[in-house]
Design a protein around this ligand. Structure first.
Ligand code: ZN
Length: 213
């Protein structure tokens, strides 16, 4: 099992950790701050022992990191894990913005069905099963989402089940949602969001979320 410091402190950008496994250019650490793609949130970018990580993937409760080259460190060595904070913080903002938007759609239109979601560094998107052009719903959802963000509320996140590593986030008076992503401390950290519809085919509606720089 890899100890996931990105849950305990999602704002930590460097961590000294012990190498527990090496197979060619694939390694495992005892503890990590380097997120591996899950729940639609992309992996972090960064280095381990000064070698660039080209892939991070979940392997049960562990995370396997594929390095750009075979490392010169060994099992048992302590190495420095460094993540690209600009990218991670952008992912955290867009991830939470998407969660607020999805929650508002679900609360206001109980029959709506999410069929997909993805969070990248520049925008997030949510795909819905919805029979009409979703454009008419966007101004109201955007207004409500921005109001919640601007309220500067605390975002609590913790384990639902520590053994199974299931997590949640909660904003008092708004929602409690299961999610294994990395979460902000305050809603206001998101900034100013913008929603836009994209046509992706009959009966499917995509909502893209961006943040004003
Ligand atoms: Zn989340």
């Amino acid at each position: 099992m890899t100890e996931k410091i990105f849950w305990i402190n999602p704002y930590q950008t460097e961590l000294a950790s012990t190498v527990v496994e090496i197979l060619n250019n694939k390694i495992k650490l005892s503890a990590t701050i380097f997120y591996a793609e899950s729940g639609g949130q992309e992996s972090d970018a960064g280095t381990i022992g000064r070698v660039k990580v080209i892939k991070a993937e979940k392997d049960g409760k562990s995370i396997i990191y594929t390095l750009e080259s075979i490392p010169d460190f060994e099992v048992g060595d302590e190495v420095l894990c460094v993540i690209n904070w600009t990218r991670r913080y952008a992912l955290m903002k867009l991830h939470f913005a998407a969660e607020v938007v999805l929650e508002l759609f679900t609360q206001n239109y109980p029959s709506i069905n999410k069929i997909g979601a993805h969070i990248s560094e520049n925008k997030s998107r949510i795909d819905f099963d919805w029979p009409e052009n979703i454009n008419s719903l966007l101004p109201d959802i955007q207004k409500k989402a921005q109001a919640l963000i601007d309220s500067d509320l605390n975002i609590e996140s913790d384990f639902i089940d520590r053994v199974d590593e299931r997590r949640y986030w909660k904003v008092e008076g708004f929602a409690k949602v299961s999610c294994g992503g990395t979460h902000l401390k305050k809603t206001s950290e998101v900034g100013n969001i913008k929603l836009k519809r994209k046509n992706i085919g009959k009966g499917k509606e995509r909502v893209e979320i961006t943040i004003a720089q």
